[in-house]
Design a protein around this ligand. Structure first.
Ligand code: ADP
Length: 394
């Protein structure tokens, strides 16, 4: 069977999926990851029915970094029988100011993507590592880069600029926005399940360990809560969300923290984890009696409401609100509390449907439709990869 490999490489995990290409379209065959890179490396993969195909642990120094994890995953993937690798689709966090759509990667494109490393120093190098390896090992297999920023590309300058001297915008200091593959998938899904709402003004809340919101008008992104980096906007598992830049100045100038220490704090020690002192995981916070866990949840819900208000203003009103990603898809209590904060916009939650995890969780009389739609960024990457190969961009 012809197959597509989708790769999503982060700093501590390498996720991959294999999709079969058939007449009927793309069919997920394998979902796997190597987690705990450098600490407790473990390769796990399941087939489409959820049967375990591999579950193997490694010594920390055997899979100490991302290249070693890529090699381990590749060794295992090569043992699979019956797949002909047609192409590889890669998640790349940053498409910079240039890329508004996925792109077939060649040496020139790779060089340009590498030049965006300064814009996303924690993510971009990880995203590019498997591309380099795959190009070296399988030079004849097409590699496609799919960007988290692309879906937001084309926001007018008044929307994506900061009030900074012009030269900063020109060198790339702009509000790019992220989670675009998720929003694009949700926009498409909404067209299938609620076409009328999809043509209107929609806020999508991608609430996972990273969290953001996007305002969609007729399926197009018009505003989003993240900006130059994935630090902005909503509070997240370990990132604070919107923060007065004066706090960063205080940390550096008054507290004498190094840039590296501030970066570690903002990416790994802040957010729900820092505020609660309990956990970065919403499940732990919901189960905890700790007053700071409660505070972290209160803050998260409050900021979600506040950002929804901002996006409602960008759209000039709201017709539908969609919950997605780990918290959005799975946590009825958090959805209920956020829906309460949308009451002023006319949202009315159906608590029975919400607790049952239904797709539509608003009442029939609600002025805003509330939906829960599972996201699927990997499928979006596979679709882009396939369609780019069928119809190469001009
Ligand atoms: P990412 O892809 O950004 O790593 P996910 O979208 O998978 O994240 O979301 C992971 C987060 O979802 C977890 O950290 C956890 O906080 C949250 N989550 C998952 N299931 C539940 C649940 N039943 N209740 C509350 N939160 C949940």
């Amino acid at each position: 069977m012809d197959a597509l490999l989708v790769v999503n490489a982060g700093s501590s995990s390498l996720k991959f999926q294999v999709f079969g290409i058939s007449e009927a379209g793309l069919i997920r065959q394998i979902k796997g990851q190597i987690g705990g890179i450098g600490t407790r490396p473990r390769l796990q993969a399941k087939d489409a029915q959820g049967a375990v195909l591999v579950d193997r642990s490694y010594d920390a120094d055997a899979v100490g970094d991302l290249p070693a994890a890529i090699a381990a995953a590749r060794d295992w993937l090569l043992t699979l029988q019956g797949f002909r690798l047609h192409a590889v689709g890669h998640r790349v966090v940053h498409g910079g100011p240039d890329y508004a759509a996925p792109v077939l990667i060649d040496a020139e494109v790779l060089e340009r993507l590498a030049s965006y490393q300064d814009l996303a120093p924690l993510h971009q190098p990880n995203n590019l590592a498997p591309i380099r390896q795959a190009m070296a090992i399988n030079p004849d297999v097409p590699q496609v880069a799919c960007f988290d920023t692309a879906f937001h590309h084309g926001h007018p300058e008044a929307v994506n600029c900061y009030a900074m001297p012009r030269s900063f915008y020109d060198e790339g200091v702009r509000r790019y926005g992220f989670h675009g593959l998720s929003y694009e998938y949700i926009a498409g899904r909404l067209r299938e399940v609620a076409p009328k709402a999809a043509r209107g003004r929609v806020i999508v809340a991608h609430l996972g360990s990273g969290a953001s919101m996007c305002a969609l008008s007729d399926g197009h992104s018009v505003e989003t809560s993240m900006g130059f980096t994935a630090l902005d906007g909503l509070p997240m598992g370990t990132r604070p969300g919107q923060l007065d830049p004066g706090v960063v100045l205080y940390l550096i100038l008054q507290r004498g923290m190094s840039a590296k220490a501030v970066s570690d704090l903002l990416y790994h020690e802040a957010g729900l984890k820092g505020l609660s002192g309990v956990s970065n995981d919403m499940r732990d916070l919901l189960a905890s009696d700790d007053q700071h866990a409660k505070l972290a949840i209160d803050h998260f819900v409050y900021r979600c409401g506040l950002n929804a208000g901002m996006l409602a203003a960008a759209l000039g009103g709201v017709d539908a609100f969609v919950f997605t990603a780990g918290v959005g898809e799975n946590s009825a209590p958090i959805r209920a509390r956020i829906a309460e904060r949308l009451a002023w916009l006319g949202a009315e939650l159906d608590p029975v449907a919400n607790d049952a995890g239904a797709m539509t969780i608003s009442t029939a009389s609600s002025r805003i439709a509330l939906y829960v739609l599972p996201t699927d960024e990997e499928l979006m990457i596979a679709r882009h990869t396939l369609s780019l190969l069928k119809e190469p961009a001009a």
